[in-house]
Design a protein around this ligand. Structure first.
Ligand code: ASP
Length: 439
């Protein structure tokens, strides 16, 4: 049995946190492959090493003095090395890094050093082999992750090693230059490694005990989610639940490898299991609630629209022309609404409106801004009568005006549009009815 374990930045921010991670790894001989992030924040006002590296590299690009910045970064690592009493010296590594910064090796190269150095420390601390991610994680020449090549190389490489540390977040392009995933991307590396070695479990260790039914900034002490399917998670993370990088499920998803989100500071908590499928009923009919503010509804009206073939395509082409992606398209007999991100839309609104007029010749277009979308997600909804009724009566009792309803065709979610101002109240009302009172 093999477990791949990924530790996030706050789990490796100091020697004390490293020790906790070490204890976790040693407590289970199946934890054979370890993916570290760069050191994160030690306290709320601290700076992540990744951000220090970005800042330092910006200075290098501007021709500024980088030595003080690199010295500060080095101090972060030395604090860990000394705290762990390791016989390790990163002088040579920092010499190379300084030279490469001066040679302008790239922003991605700069950021990747956070994980690279933490990987060296972790391997030294555990007595595991160190595998540079640049050797095994591959991107194509346009910078897209190359899943097939990576899987082939990584599989072969892992066969040769019983236990190893592979830094997260980066890999290389065919020309040898370093490329990173987007921020938080060490989660993706963990998933890629789990796939390549066909792990039985991918454990993702962080600073919270898994996913919560709702955002704790809105709901005080929300309940945790014990089991969630990949598809449910996809809906929730798309709508703002941020514990795991949203792309991290793809490599393991096709292999049926479960992910367990665990808390380094409370390892006995069961955390959240993310699985392909389960017959376990969710505790509260709904699995989770998430949402985002800042949408615009573009309401398009045209008499007899329902019988005009191709009307929807013409309208959507206007958004495509302007490189705007749409979120939802609820429609009526003579109306068609397109929900888009306000930020993305604002600068291009007049160009979109004229394109719709040109392509689809509608009678009128109206814009409604400052809307929020809330997703109520749950595999249990399909088999439970009255879920929608409960949601909308809870919203009505809280005086929330519902502006849009869209039940995903998967019957896995109900999307509700409300005014930005009603966002928190709506989430509280839905949480209350399903979790607190369970009426
Ligand atoms: N260190 C990188 C970041 O802060 C990647 C990661 O932690 O996953 O985004």
């Amino acid at each position: 049995m093999v477990k791949v374990v990924k530790f996030g930045g706050s789990s490796l921010a100091s020697a004390g946190q490293f020790k906790k991670a070490g204890e976790i790894i040693h407590a289970d001989a199946k934890r054979k492959y370890v993916i570290p992030s760069a050191p994160g924040k030690r306290h709320a006002k601290d700076t992540k090493v990744t951000d220090m590296l970005y800042a330092c590299y910006e200075l290098a690009e501007a021709g500024g003095e980088i030595k003080p910045g690199l010295r500060k970064i080095r101090a972060r690592y030395n604090e860990i090395i000394n705290g762990l009493k390791l016989p390790l010296n990163l002088d040579d590594e920092f010499k190379v890094i300084e030279e490469n910064f001066e040679k302008k090796a790239g922003r991605d190269y700069a950021a990747s050093r956070g994980e690279y150095l933490n990987g060296i420390i972790m391997a030294n601390y555990l007595g595991y082999e160190f595998i540079d991610a640049g050797e095994v994680i591959r991107f194509d020449s346009s910078g897209e992750f190359d899943a097939d090549t990576t899987n082939r190389i990584l599989k072969e490489r892992l066969k040769k090693t019983e236990r190893a540390v592979i830094p997260g977040f980066y890999g290389t392009k065919p020309d040898g230059s370093v490329k990173t995933f987007s921020r938080g991307g060490s989660d993706i590396t963990g998933s890629i490694v789990a796939k390549a070695c066909r792990a039985d479990l991918y454990e993702n260790w962080t600073d919270v005990s898994g996913f919560l039914v709702a955002d704790p900034r809105i709901i005080e002490n929300p309940k945790g989610i014990k089991v969630i399917t990949y598809r449910e998670l996809r809906e929730l993370s798309y709508m703002g639940a941020t514990v795991l990088h949203e792309d991290a499920i793809f490599p393991v998803r096709t292999e049926g490898i479960p992910i367990n989100i665990k808390n380094t500071n409370a390892p006995e908590d069961p955390g959240t299991f993310i699985v392909e499928s389960t017959c376990q009923k969710p505790e509260y009919t709904i699995t989770g609630i998430a949402g985002k503010k800042g949408f615009v509804a573009v309401n398009i009206e045209k008499d007899m629209m329902n019988s005009e073939i191709g009307f929807g395509r013409k309208v959507l082409a206007a958004f495509e022309e302007n490189e705007i992606s749409f979120e939802h398209v609820p429609s009526g007999i003579d109306t068609f609404t397109v929900f888009v991100h306000q930020e993305e839309f604002e600068g291009k609104e007049q160009s979109v409106l004229s394109a719709i007029h040109r392509l689809a010749e509608p009678d009128s277009i109206e814009l409604e801004a400052d809307l929020a979308l809330i997703a109520v997600v749950g595999r249990g909804m399909r088999s439970t009568r009255g879920t929608a009724g409960r949601i909308f009566s809870a919203l009505a009792h809280s005086n929330v005006n519902v502006r849009m309803i869209d039940q995903g065709s998967s019957e896995l979610n109900v999307i509700i549009g409300v005014g930005n101002d009603d966002f928190d109240i709506a989430i509280k009302a839905i949480y209350d009815i399903f979790v607190e009172t369970q009426l």
